[in-house]
Design a protein around this ligand. Sequence first.
Ligand code: FAD
Length: 317
Amino acid sequence: MSVLIFIDQAEGHIKKASLEAMSYGAKVAAQLGTTAEGIVLGSVTEDLAALGKYGVKKIHHVNNPALDHFDAQIFTHAIAEGVKATGADVVIFSNNVDGKAIAPRLSAQLKAGLVSGAVALPDTSNGFVVKKNVFSGKAFANIAITTPVKIIALNPNSYKVETAEGSAEVAALNVNVEAPKVKVTAVNKVTGEIPLSEAEIVVSGGRGLKGPENWGFITDLAHVLGAATACSRPVADAHWRPHHEHVGQTGLAIAPNLYIAVGISGAIQHLAGVNRSKVIVVINKDPEAPFFKAADYGIVGDAFEVMPKIIEAAKKV
Ligand code: FAD
C-alpha cells in the first residue's frame, strides 16, 4: 500500500489545510506500514523538501505553469495520472474548496471509493473504515471503503498539524496536462482579509446587528483579534456582507479555535457550519436563543452595548 497526499497551494504558498492533510496522511501511512508521499501541482515559492517535517518522505512536483491556476478538471486529470505513476492506493485531500472540487471527480475517474469530510484516522483493523460527520454534524457515520484505490477528504481543522525532524525527497513528475476548457480572464482579489477557512479566530454577525452600517462592531473586533469575519445566511442574502462570508449548511463549514457569534440565533442550519469550532462565544439579547445551547461562553445582552466594551477590553490585552 502507498499513500499520496494532494498538497494544495495558492500563489506558490502551501495552504494550512495541506499541512493537516500531510500530518494525517503520514499517520495513515504509518498505520498501513508504508510511507507517505505528496503531489504538488504548479509553481511554488516554498522549499518543498522542508515539507518532510510534516511526515511526507517524497514530493512529486508537477512543475507546469499550466497548473498555476486552479482548474478542477485539469487538476483531477493531473492527479489521476500522478496516482497511476506512483501506484498510490490511498489518496488524501483536505476537504477544503479545492479538495471538494477534485476528490469527487477523481473518485469517478478512478472508480475509487471516497469518504469526504473525514474527521478521524481510518480504522484499518478490519478493512478500511473512515469516520465522518453526517446530518449537519449531529451524528457520525463509519464508512467502509472497499475499492482498491481509496480516497479520503479530511475536514479542515479536524487533525492537528504534527512536525518532526526530516526532509522530503523532491522529484519532478511529468504528467499529461489537458488543455483548459475555460479561460480565466481576470482575478479580483480581496486584499487584507484573513481567509475564513484558514482562520484561527472568527468574528461573525447576524441579523441582530440590524444593518450593514453596524458592521464596524464585527470588523473592529476582528481587527483587534487578528480574526476573519463571517455572517449568517440572511445577512449575506440581504447583501449586508459578501456571500463568501456566509457560514452554515449552505455556506462555508469552518472549525476555528474561537468562533464569536454576535446577534445570531443559532438555527440548526447555521450551527451545521460552525459547530466544529473549538470554543464558541455567543452574544445575544435573548436568553432563549438556541445558540446558547451550543456555546462554551455566553453573554446575554444587547450587542450595541456589549460590543464596544469587548473591543475596548480586547485592545488592552
Ligand atoms: P435571526 O434568526 O433573525 O436571529 C437574530 C438574532 O439576533 C436573534 O437570536 C435575536 O435575539 C438576536 N438579536 C436581535 N437584536 C439583538 C441585539 N441588539 N443584540 C444581541 N442580539 C440581538 N442560515 C445560516 O446562517 N447559514 C446557512 O448556511 C443556512 N442555510 C439554510 C438552509 C436552509 C435549507 C434553510 C431553510 C435555512 C438556512 N439558513 C441558514 C437560515 C437559518 O434557518 C436561519 O434563518 C438563519 O441562520 C438566521 O439568521 P440570524 O440568526 O442572523 O437571524
